[in-house]
Design a protein around this ligand. Structure first.
Ligand code: PGA
Length: 262
């Protein structure tokens, strides 16, 4: 990856870990990295716990001065009002969230979030000072029919409509067939699509945004394959699901720079 972009390793916990387990995991992860003499400035780490855990994680991170960011897995398109069950970006900002995942394939699939909703949520995040982590990716049918990049490229073009050229965003390329399957994309495949996504950022937001925006790969990232992704010029980090729930595994993923050959 390019030196000017600080790598970002993001842990998407999905609907796992209650607030007590969340606190234990963050604490142990911090200890594990300290024990390993990890250089915290060399990699940004963000965890995305369930909503009910965020306040506890915030309290711990602030009290112990743990250098991790934290964020939410979703937000409402609305600011406030009669929207039962929804969570406003304003509330997340108040809690100290720095980022929010938008358009994860599980939201798109189970909650019928289309590109218009993803675009509206991107706007809502930016409005409340949150960095949207915009997820895009093709299903196995898309892959067969259109190849790897057509669907993620179209999804990102839609999400970036109306985004200001100086807005900070993160893009996560997550092939749906690779999520939770144990079958990650090859680094070459992922690089090819991430390069095309960077072209979309350039066309939509300009050269500076293309140079500074972090593009992540997600889908069955493990300690055994992270280094191979991070060697690719257009991959600036990873969005990690299952691998972020185990302290030793996530700690090792974060320390990818120490892996042999990197
Ligand atoms: P996985 O999930 O690492 O368990 O494949 C990635 C994601 O859904 O963000």
């Amino acid at each position: 990856m390019a030196v000017s972009r600080t790598p970002l390793i993001a842990g998407n916990w999905k609907m796992n870990l209650d607030h007590l387990q969340a606190v234990a995991l963050v604490q142990k992860l911090h200890w594990s990295l300290k024990d390993a003499d990890h250089d915290f400035a060399s990699v940004d780490v963000t965890v995305f716990p369930p909503f009910t855990d965020i306040r506890s994680v915030q309290t711990l991170i602030e009290a112990d001065k743990i250098p991790f960011g934290f964020g939410a897995q979703d937000l409402s398109v609305h600011d406030s009002g009669a929207y039962t069950g929804e969570v406003s970006g304003a509330f997340l900002g108040k809690l100290g969230c720095s980022q929010v995942i938008i358009g994860h394939s599980e939201r798109r699939e189970y909650h019928a979030e289309d590109d218009a909703v993803v675009a509206a949520k991107t706007q809502a995040a930016l409005k409340h000072g949150l960095v949207p982590v915009i997820c895009v990716g093709e299903t196995s049918e898309d892959l067969e029919r259109h190849g790897a990049s057509a669907v993620p490229v179209a999804q990102l073009e839609k999400a970036l409509e109306g985004v200001a050229s100086d807005a900070e965003i993160v893009v996560a390329y997550e092939p749906v067939w690779a999520i939770g399957s144990g079958q990650a994309a090859t680094p070459e495949q992922a690089q090819e699509v991430c390069a095309k996504l960077r072209d979309v950022i350039r066309a939509s937001l300009g050269d500076d945004a293309a140079a500074s925006t972090r593009v992540l790969y997600g889908g069955s990232v493990k300690s055994s394959n992270i280094a191979s992704f991070m060697r690719e010029p257009d991959i600036d980090g990873a969005l990690v699901g299952g691998g972020s729930l185990k302290v030793d595994e996530f700690s090792s993923i974060i320390r990818f720079q120490k892996h042999v050959g990197v």
